[in-house]
Unconditional design. Structure first.
Length: 187
């Protein structure tokens, strides 16, 4: 599971999502977020010297909210169903912060530091999603496949304007079924 976020990290992440949603990634500073979160700047800049340093906390926040949303999962469900439930819960959490997430994705396309921070944090998040779906013993191919599945599904989600995220759900279901067949064939 992800490391626990401190109360300050939760407040800071919440304020960051709020600021980024309102102004866009490129128009927000660590100082503005600290002010919004009502956390002394000196405490914040120690951990977040620049905006790219904030990425792991934002990803951990999304992951923690996903785990909390999923709660306990039915172990009698199929691996596909468990993983689908967990990943759709993650997209539900992303949806709450849609404008901010899309702004971060756009910034990552133009900034290698942000992209690297995002990829690194997402890799750990996908391990946590597998653990949450009770698939912690998944082979390396499944772990890598889930990372690729998440990236492709996030691309579909970024363009899915349906209220129920039906395009994202359909795509994720189809890809997870293919991933399940691939991992079963490699056993």
């Amino acid at each position: 599971m992800p490391h626990s976020l401190s109360p300050d990290e939760k407040k800071f992440a919440t304020a960051a999502f709020r600021q980024i949603s309102a102004k866009g990634w490129d128009s927000v500073t660590v100082e503005q977020i600290a002010k919004d979160a009502k956390i002394p700047l000196a405490r914040v800049t120690e951990k977040y010297p620049d905006m790219s340093a904030l990425i792991p906390t934002l990803v951990h926040f999304i992951t923690a909210e996903t785990v909390k949303s999923v709660g306990s999962i039915h172990s009698e469900s199929t691996p596909h169903d468990r993983l689908f439930e967990v990943m759709m819960a993650r997209f539900d959490v992303l949806q709450k912060h849609r404008a901010a997430i899309l702004s971060i994705i756009t910034a990552a396309k133009n900034n290698p530091r942000i992209a690297l921070a995002l990829i690194t944090a997402q890799r750990q998040a996908m391990h946590t999603m597998l653990d949450c779906a009770q698939l912690s013993e998944a082979r390396i191919i499944a772990r890598a496949g889930l990372m690729a599945t998440y990236a492709a599904s996030a691309f579909v989600w970024s363009r899915d304007e349906t209220l129920d995220m039906s395009k994202t759900m359909s795509f994720l279901d189809r890809i997870l079924r293919g991933l399940g067949k691939l991992t079963a064939a490699l056993k």
